[in-house]
Design a protein around this ligand. Structure first.
Ligand code: ADP
Ligand code: ZN
Ligand code: MG
Length: 498
């Protein structure tokens, strides 16, 4: 059913469960390294392979990361809690249970405010956080021999346990209501805000496309005015902000179609298909009791002291919302200007460029126009472009001191991105300096006058506007490298019009 039609009759409810892979040096319960990309099964030990008799030990750094995130999300930190065994069979989980937290999570009852742009201006939604808990990742199975890489049709499967035991945090929201047709945007804004928050804490690289942040998106709809929420579905492992938005939207449309046909929405997990923007049915969802949770007897309780929690609170950096407010005031931005910076994920890059001495307006312009365009072209994040804020600041300084025009600056940026070295080296190697010395310019001006006698006569006769054609000819002859202002002065002087 069409989205607008669905929203006219139904009210959506959202819930997001987000997994974040922590960037600790070692795993959650053993000292194996966590570095990505090692040869299969080289970062394993008796603990993460679950060999009989091995005993897990909690990684203090992971607990620290969990507490810092909990504090940043305005949660209460539980003074005492245990890990639980979540029992289920998975070939890439050698213990046949996952160590997680169940009824005693480390952080509870927080909130995160997210801003959504509407035609009537920005709107803030408070997303309540039910819990943040710690758990461990599973290994990775590959299905070999089939055409699709899926288990169906494969000849055999192989398992890599390097990822087994890598620390994860799971952040669970309370049901989010009252978003109406903004539900897809609220879900997206939440994922973006959480990502930025985690990134600011430095506890994970939160790259959705690489799987270090994955969202499970719960959606239900109920007829407008109904007193109860509908049955939800859970779309698993959605791995981009755009997909979070699309998953919510398509699920609202699908469920509205189901209800309108007089059928019931089934509680199930679904899998988002990037290519179609739709999801397909997965398995019908287990209930908590199916997992037979019980406290893990091998692990001591986690009991962070108040002093430790307060010490960690003192390590919190300026959080993204506060930073945005400060930047907005310092750079005197409008709502729209701030939104453009946020949407382009450019605040930190521009701030770093300003810290290197560039005026904020120039820095914003370069990152938001030229560089954002190239990032989009190359389908990479802005921060992944091979140019540093210091280099961008240098290009801006070269324009300010008159060595480069804006047009030449774009060529320098292009050269830096192409790996031709520092901005000054690119200027040198490509010969991009503005031609402003009167000797070189004078020759170009003489040629332009000789080649455009009509325009020259007009200028001599007092029609100064006609000088534009001559300046254009000079710019053309110097391949855009002439100092246009100086060229104009010389033209007017030579034609006796100044
Ligand atoms: P489970 O234990 O099966 O993961 P939870 O009760 O923890 O289920 O809920 C998972 C997520 O779904 C949470 O973010 C929660 O807020 C959300 N949620 C719960 N009920 C609904 C509902 N009716 N519609 C949408 N989301 C819901
Ligand atoms: Zn190990
Ligand atoms: Mg849950």
């Amino acid at each position: 059913m069409a989205y607008e039609q669905a929203l006219a009759r139904y009210e959506p409810v959202l819930g997001l469960e987000t997994h974040i892979e922590l960037g600790t040096a070692s795993k959650m319960f053993c000292s194996c390294p966590t570095a990505f990309g090692a040869a299969p099964n080289t970062q394993v030990c008796p603990v993460c392979l679950a060999l009989p008799g091995s005993l897990p030990v909690v990684n203090e750094k992971a607990v620290e990361g969990a507490i810092r995130l909990g504090l940043a999300l305005n949660c209460s930190i539980a003074p005492w809690g245990r890990f639980a065994r979540k029992n289920y069979f998975y070939p890439d989980m050698p213990k046949n249970y996952q160590i997680s937290q169940y009824d005693e999570p480390i952080c509870v009852d927080g909130h995160l405010d997210v801003t959504v742009d509407t035609p009537d201006g920005p709107r803030v939604f408070r997303v309540d956080i039910e819990r943040v808990h710690m758990e461990e990742d599973t290994g990775k199975t590959s299905h070999v021999g089939g055409a699709t890489g899926r288990i169906h049709g494969a000849d055999y499967s192989i398992v890599d346990y390097n990822r087994a035991g890598i620390p994860l945090l799971e952040i669970v929201t309370r049901p989010v209501t009252g978003t109406g047709d903004l539900a897809p945007l609220v879900a997206r804004a939440y994922a973006a805000e959480l990502r930025d928050l985690v990134r600011s804490l430095g506890i994970s690289d939160v790259r959705m496309e690489e799987g270090s942040m994955r969202c499970d998106v719960n959606v239900s709809i109920n007829p407008r005015g109904a007193s109860e929420w509908g049955t939800r579905s859970e779309t698993k492992n959605v791995n981009s902000l755009r997909s979070v938005e699309r998953a919510v939207r398509s699920e609202i449309e699908r469920q509205a179609g189901v209800l309108d046909a007089g059928q019931k929405v089934v509680q199930e997990t679904r899998h988002f298909q990037e290519n179609t923007g739709r999801s397909i049915s997965g398995r019908s969802k287990e209930e908590a009791q199916d997992y037979r949770y019980f406290p893990d007897p091998d692990l001591v309780p986690v009991a962070p002291s108040e002093e430790w929690v307060e010490e960690l609170r003192a390590t919190l950096p300026e959080l993204p919302a506060a930073k945005r407010a400060r930047i907005r005031a310092e750079w005197d931005l409008t709502d729209t200007e701030l939104r453009d910076l946020v949407n382009a994920d450019a605040i930190d890059l521009v701030a770093a460029t300003v810290a290197e001495g560039a005026p904020s307006a120039e820095a914003r312009k370069l990152w938001l126009n030229e560089l954002s365009r190239r990032a989009t072209e190359q389908e990479v994040e802005l921060a992944a472009l091979p140019i540093t804020p210091a280099q961008v600041a240098r290009v801006i300084a070269l324009v300010a001191e008159g060595t480069l025009t804006n047009k030449l600056a774009r060529q320098v940026v292009e050269g830096v991105l192409a790996g031709e070295g520092e901005p000054d080296a690119v200027v040198e190697a490509r010969g991009l300096k503005v031609v402003s010395d009167d000797g070189a310019l004078g020759a170009a001006v003489d040629e332009a006058i000789a080649a455009n006698p009509d325009a020259a006569d007009k200028v001599r006769g007092g029609k100064v506007a006609a000088a534009g054609a001559l300046v254009g000819a000079v710019m053309k002859a110097t391949r855009g490298q002439a100092d246009a202002g100086r060229a104009r002065e010389l033209i007017l002087a030579k034609l006796g019009a100044s």
